[in-house]
Design a protein. Structure first.
Length: 178
């Protein structure tokens, strides 16, 4: 083994790592599809103007961010009082989801048990939505029409795009690490 061999191996490892990093950066710049993006259309955004039948739904954070300050405080207090109830409902829904997965993958397959498990899951998800809706309805009950519509539209639009330094509020961007 010569003295140059460790340096050659280190150079090859460095070149490989640089190639991988360059590929990842180019993938981000070119805008290639992301793995497990959770979007339809094979990882690409839906065409402009397409109405999604299923999607992220109502974004409660965007809704809250667009409420007037006094209503925002009321909403925070109300969500704080309902937190344990909603958390319990979410745990129940997770248990129902696991039960539905077990029923759907059971051997031998029992269609009645699978249908009952899916129905239970649907009811538990509906209970979560109902709890959130009750808080939203309570918060917007006394809002003027234009403020109510602005908050509701923000909730329907969802969160802002994730870009460094644009969080949609007055917080500073995170510090650069380089």
């Amino acid at each position: 083994m010569t003295r140059a061999l460790p340096w050659i191996v280190a150079l090859l490892i460095s070149l490989t790592a640089n190639g991988v990093m360059t590929g990842l950066v180019l993938h981000q710049v070119v805008g290639g599809p992301r793995i497990d993006s959770g979007r339809p259309h094979d990882g690409h955004r839906p065409p402009q103007g397409e109405v999604r039948q299923s999607g992220p739904g109502f974004n409660i954070r965007a809704f809250m961010r667009n409420l007037p300050e006094e209503q925002r405080e009321i909403a925070r207090d109300r969500f704080e009082t309902e937190r344990e109830t909603i958390r319990g409902l979410m745990i129940d829904a997770r248990d129902a989801q696991l039960a539905a997965e077990r029923a759907l993958s059971a051997t031998p397959y029992d269609p009645e048990a699978a249908a009952a498990a899916l129905n239970d899951l649907r009811e538990r998800r509906f209970a979560i939505e109902s709890a959130f809706e009750a808080v939203v309805l309570d918060v917007i009950a006394d809002l003027p029409t234009e403020e109510r519509m602005r908050a509701m539209q923000a909730g329907r639009r969802g969160p802002p795009p994730h870009r460094r330094g644009t969080r949609g509020d007055d917080r500073r961007p995170p510090p650069d690490r380089f």
